[in-house]
Write a protein that binds this ligand. Structure first.
Ligand SMILES: [Zn+2]
Ligand SMILES: [Zn+2]
Length: 175
């Protein structure tokens, strides 16, 4: 006669292994090796994988459109920076907001870690195109205070706008 413990389970992937763990999403019994500890408890690998897919929904066209929109808008913003000087510290976050919203619109709020990173990079590059002539001057040793000053605000703009776009896009959005 075998005594079976009432709450002893067998791992769904390893029928020979006893376990007391269950995936907290699909309730499947899982052994220690099959369990993945997530911030919300133990889950089976299948559930973790399908959960990750929810956060990776971006399509190829989203990359193309997102990168172009971000780069172009950021470039336009960088032209405005020339006019506003110090006020770039207000303009840059606003530009970042506009760019993030525009990207969200064209990508229909689809998500992707790589997408957000590339959009952020494109935003930075769009902002820096403007600086190219000045950077060339520096490269050829034409370093003067005027040249350095011409760089400061656009550089600050590039930094703020790209990080605003990246964090706005990658932040948890419930809408
Ligand atoms: Zn599961
Ligand atoms: Zn197992």
């Amino acid at each position: 006669m075998t005594v079976t413990q009432p709450d002893s389970l067998k791992c769904a992937n390893h029928p020979a292994r006893d376990t007391y763990l269950r995936c907290n999403r699909c309730e499947k019994p899982i052994c220690v090796e099959c369990a993945v500890l997530t911030p919300i408890g133990y889950r089976c690998k299948e559930c973790v994988r399908s959960q990750q897919k929810v956060f990776e929904t971006a399509l190829l066209q989203d990359y193309v459109l997102g990168i172009i929109i971000a780069g172009v808008l950021s470039f336009i913003g960088s032209l405005l920076v020339r006019l506003v000087g110090f006020f770039v510290i207000f303009l840059a976050p606003a530009a970042g907001w506009v760019i993030a919203e525009a990207v969200r619109k064209v990508t229909k709020r689809r998500r992707g870690k790589l997408l957000f990173r590339l959009v952020g990079i494109s935003t930075a590059l769009g902002a820096l195109i403007n600086l190219l002539p000045i950077l060339l001057l520096l490269l050829f040793g034409n370093i003067s205070l005027g040249v350095l000053f011409a760089i400061i605000w656009p550089a600050i703009y590039a930094f703020i706008v790209s990080s605003t776009v990246y964090y706005r896009l990658s932040g948890i959005q419930l809408k």
